[in-house]
Design a protein around this ligand. Sequence first.
Ligand code: PRE
Length: 794
Amino acid sequence: MFLNSPMDGGAGCMRIRLPSPRRAMSRLFNSKEKIKEKKKAIVESRMRDYGDSVRIKNLSEVDRHGVGQSTDSSPSTINSEMKGRELLFNIGVSCYLLHLISTGREEIHKIVDLRNDLEKLLECQNDEMRQKHQEFIKIRDNIEKLLEFHNDELRRKQEHCETSSEVVDGPESSTDHYHSPQFLDTSLMEREGSLKHYVYKEEEEDFGEGMDQLEAELEAEFELLQIGQDHESNYSKQLVCEDSEEMRFRYMSSLVEEQQGVCPYELERRLHELMETRQEEEINELQSALENAKKRLHVKEAEASWWKDTAYIVSEHIPKPSRITSNSQTRCYSLSSMSSVVVESDVQLSLDSIRESLIRQEDTVVFSLIERAKFPLNSPAFEEPRCLDSGNSSSLTEFFVREIETIQAKVGRYANPEENPFFLDNIPHSVFPSHKYPQVLYSKASSVNINKRIWDVYFKELLPLFVKPGDDGNYASTAASDLACLQAISRRIHYGKFVAEVKFRDAPHDYEPAIRSKDTEALMKLLTFEKVEEMVKKRVEKKAETFGQEVKCVSGDDESEKKYKVKPSLVSRIYGEWLIPLTKDVEMQAAIRSFVSGGNVVKASLLQHLRVINPAIQPSSVFCTRSESTQTSRMEEHGFESTTISDVMKAKGKSADGSWLWCTTDDTVYDAVKSMTQHNVGALVVVKPGEQQSLAGIITERDYLRKIIVQGRSSKSTKVGDIMTEENKLITVTPETKVLRAMQLMTDNRIRHIPVIKDKGMVGMVSIGDVVRAVVTEHREELNRLNAFIQGGY
Ligand SMILES: O=C(O)C(=O)C[C@]1(C(=O)O)C=C[C@@H](O)C=C1
């Protein structure tokens, strides 16, 4: 049988295994053939049997009965048997066909369900399509509205143009047809048509293809819309630029010039080009003005530094009026007293007083070494970059020293000429008013700083010598001790500057040839006092013994058992091999630096002249007792002492007699700076606008730099009155003010221009350059007078 009905245990339901109809039919026909063949074989065998039995029957009548009954094989019986079988077979086939029909019906039901599902899906897709169509309609409406608005705007502008100039045709006559709104409009309508066409046909067309087309169409519309918007925004930008009547006029004129063929977009571009060119010109102009200002600033800085040297010589050579008139005791500065609070004193600066100070400093150095010896070497503190701050590769000690120096600078430590920082890049100004230390050193000499070398020598050579090796991890305390040692040693070594100053002052004729020829060997010989050095070494050894011995309370201790925190002989060696040689190095550098600077060469020649003039005067008293010399007092009468601002103004010539430059508070800073640049001056007097033109203040290049450039303000829109230094804050002088006083005012207040006031009115302005020029001229005249004197002119 073809029917099979095993139970599907897994699913729990009956599963009918049906052969396919084709297979069933082929099986059916195959089996029919087989049955036919079988039937034929049976009939043949029966026929054969039947023939045999007839033959037998013919042979024996008896036998015929017995055999014939027992086999039942007459032809009619066989036929009926076959018919019965055929019937059975036909019934089976019919059953099978019935079964096939029933299963086919089930299949048909399933197909119907599937079809229903598909229909629903199609419905959904249609809904989605409809929705998209709605959205598209909305977008299209928006585009339409936008275009309408755009066209209105354009029409309005055209009308405006037409009323302003009859010649102008308006943007629609543009050759750039693509950008014209009309084109945009038509094009959109055309596209819209095509879209509509698509929308109505949507249900007939293939779905995927339709979607692609729709997307393409939408993209095209958005592109057009974008062009329209760009066009519009450019147009509105143009309107903003053309706010003023003048710009509007220019815009119209350019339209006319372009023979009605230039679209607004092109016009806008040209307008931009024009404006950019103008801006570039202005920037170039400003840059060259700035360059000029910078150049003049450099010149002035050079002048100022020259002036500083000159002023120093002046102040040294010309005693203060009180000294001239009262002939009072000479005032000198004591370096030894500089270690304490007050610097100015009546004690004369001498090698002895300097040596005294060095002796006192030995205590500090020896103590600091003993203190440092408490800790082992702790090399990771100063050798390894361990800072956790990213980008900071300092060692702990370097970091510590830098930070401490910063704070010490803020309280004025480095305003003291005795102190020298280790990290020069790190030194802020003092945030407290600093004490006015007397300027005993030439600026070039005071800038000598060999701390980098001291740092290296200390960590690489000295430290391993007097501290025990090891690492106890106590890096912070170690760094603090190292700083104490470094500062004490540095102060001691840099004291060489003062030593050099005094040694040179006491015997300039001895030093000058060696300095001039930069013969360091000869210079070193001059600076060296071997006996003094021996004394120093002995003394520090004794100090290390005294300060560094372990103190015991039990009397009668064996002297030989004495223990020292730092080996005294080592301290002596540190002095002999490092501190004294480094001090001499500083002495040499200071001597050379002071001497080779322009002003000091003059100073040396002056010294020589004075020696020639009065050989009886001892070197140490040359500077201090000049008031006793009739020659020098005569020189003073002609010197800077008596030079006044009025003299400076006369020397200036034309600009001194009231023809100084001015501007008003209402002028723009741009115009003021332009005027300064044109007239090559660094400041203008500012007057109040109006007939009175009373003084309001002054404006300087510095104001411009600090209050305009640095703050990013516009010089064209800022008024002079907003950035000037107001009258009540001005530092002024009168024509009678002494030039030295004016110099002092300029230096103290860090200003480069001083208005000259007479009877509450302004009569002029002097700059640092004017003063320096006057001083230099005076100085030259003074030298000439001296030369004339030497040659017997007096
Ligand atoms: O006392 C001096 O004359 C100095 O120059 C100072 C010092 C020193 O460093 O102690 C240096 C060089 C001299 O040979 C003697 C001593």
